[in-house]
Design a protein around this ligand. Structure first.
Ligand SMILES: [Ca+2]
Length: 451
């Protein structure tokens, strides 16, 4: 599901779900949910929602292991009803049975399933959430989350070392995913997964996607893998917020009790499943996700994109150094990324970056996971300052930016408010034409210039 290619699917659901908390009316959240929301930045989907959410920089939808399709389609104006859901469940029944869900399981699980209008609201309003990468990282890699991560690792060290040995994924990375997706298991979501998925499948905007997830969820129930099946609004659940289809494809029974249980108090299966997911997508043990670097004066900013991949020796020759001014470590060919524009931090990223992307395509999410893991391992905070005076563009401003770029002769690839690769390239070309640093960052400054 990712535009970057890798991830098409994402495992978790959090990002998706939480991509847009600011857009929801406050009354939708009880206190505990607000806390949950602010804490759980993975946004399930493990996988891609953050992209929009995070505003400007995102190029794709969200998602951890299972990618949740874009929410850019037109929203339906009409809201469904409990009676409508019940009619839909009857029509869905033969399809679920044909897909292998036993009738008894189907009937017991979906009898009386409740339509949840709040879930529909969230699904329809995901687009407007905007957050700068620095605001996101402030929360995602707060001192609290780092300290709790160190404790969580200590508490589960034996387990995590066995997982690391079996799957070849560093324990700090697994703990970081756990930390962003559920605050180390503290906030796993309290909405009924079957109810959320049935509501979204019936609502229809992304009906086929959620129907398939609901069938996978029914198989989880049928196998007796879960006792309390609750999660976040788009159906991601458990310690690392897997979508049901990700459970189907990637969950493992690490503790050997015969169940692939991502939901109980014991995180063993969930953490091993996360490592299994990352291994599946090509995690390379020992390779950093990325490294903060400094760029020399006069650096060619056309090269600051994931599309430009060079051997470390080439970057070194161009004057790129670590944040402390040292020579670059050689972990193979990589790219330079400027998630907050040329006045923010720069990172040299390696293929493990794209592996994390399968959880969520948003750059901010990926950096959040990687940096949190580094901090848990004892690494330093990000050294560079961010251009904190810049706020994220609103959805309308992003659309205006694209519209104005198009009128000025720089094709943004559509006016949808999503800052994908074509829009970023158009911003770069426009900046270059105007004699500005072509970092591709769609800032208010660029918008003002366009106006
Ligand atoms: Ca188990």
């Amino acid at each position: 599901m990712t535009e970057r290619g890798f991830h098409t699917p994402r495992a978790s659901g959090f990002l998706n779900q939480w991509r847009n908390p600011l857009a929801y009316p406050v009354e939708y959240f009880q206190k505990s949910k607000r806390k949950f929301e602010s804490y759980c930045l993975g946004l399930g989907g493990m996988m891609r929602a953050i992209a929009w959410v995070i505003g400007v920089m995102l190029s794709g939808p969200v998602g951890a292991q299972t990618v949740i399709p874009d929410a850019t389609g037109e929203a339906k104006v009409e809201m469904g009803t409990q009676a409508g859901l019940e009619t839909w469940v009857e029509a869905f029944r033969p399809r679920a049975l044909a897909a292998g869900v036993p009738a008894a399981t189907f009937d017991a699980a979906l009898r009386g399933v409740a339509f949840d209008p709040k879930v529909v609201e969230r699904d329809r309003n995901q687009n407007e959430f905007t957050k700068t990468v620095w605001d996101y990282l402030d929360t995602a890699v707060s001192e609290d989350r780092v300290a709790l991560g160190i404790k969580a690792l200590d508490r589960n060290r034996d387990l995590l070392e066995r997982i690391e040995a079996d799957y070849g994924v560093e324990k700090e990375i697994v703990v970081a995913v756990w930390g962003l997706e559920s605050a180390y298991g503290t906030f796993r979501g309290d909405l009924p997964v079957l109810g959320s998925l049935a509501t979204l499948a019936y609502d229809g905007r992304r009906g086929a996607f959620f129907e398939a997830e609901l069938i996978a969820a029914l198989k989880i129930v049928d196998g007796g893998h879960v006792e309390t099946f609750t999660g976040s609004w788009a159906g991601a659940s458990g310690h690392t917020q897997f979508m049901p289809s990700s459970w189907q494809n990637f969950a493992v029974d690490f503790d050997g009790d015969g169940k692939r249980n991502l939901w109980g108090e014991d995180p063993a299966d969930a953490l091993a499943s996360t490592a299994n997911y990352l291994r599946h997508w090509g995690w390379t043990m020992g390779q950093p996700w990325g490294l903060e670097v400094t760029l020399p004066e006069g650096f060619d900013y056309d090269q600051t994109t994931e599309r430009v991949v060079k051997p470390v020796a080439d970057w070194q020759a161009l004057g790129v150094r670590t944040a402390t001014g040292d020579d670059l470590p050689d972990h193979g060919p990589g790219s330079i990324l400027l998630p907050g524009g040329h006045r923010g931090a720069a990172f040299l990223i390696w293929p493990n970056f794209q592996v994390i992307e399968h959880y969520n395509t948003a750059d901010a999410y990926i950096i959040g996971i990687g940096h949190l893991a580094d901090r848990i391992k004892g690494g330093p905070p990000i050294a560079a300052a961010w251009p904190r005076e810049l706020r994220a563009l609103t959805l309308n401003e992003r659309k205006e930016l694209q519209d104005l770029l198009g009128r000025a002769g720089f094709d943004p690839g559509g006016v949808d408010g999503r800052m994908g690769p074509k829009t970023i390239a158009a911003v770069k070309a426009f900046q270059k034409a105007r004699g500005r640093v072509p970092d591709g960052y769609p800032s208010l400054e660029v918008l003002a210039l366009l106006r």
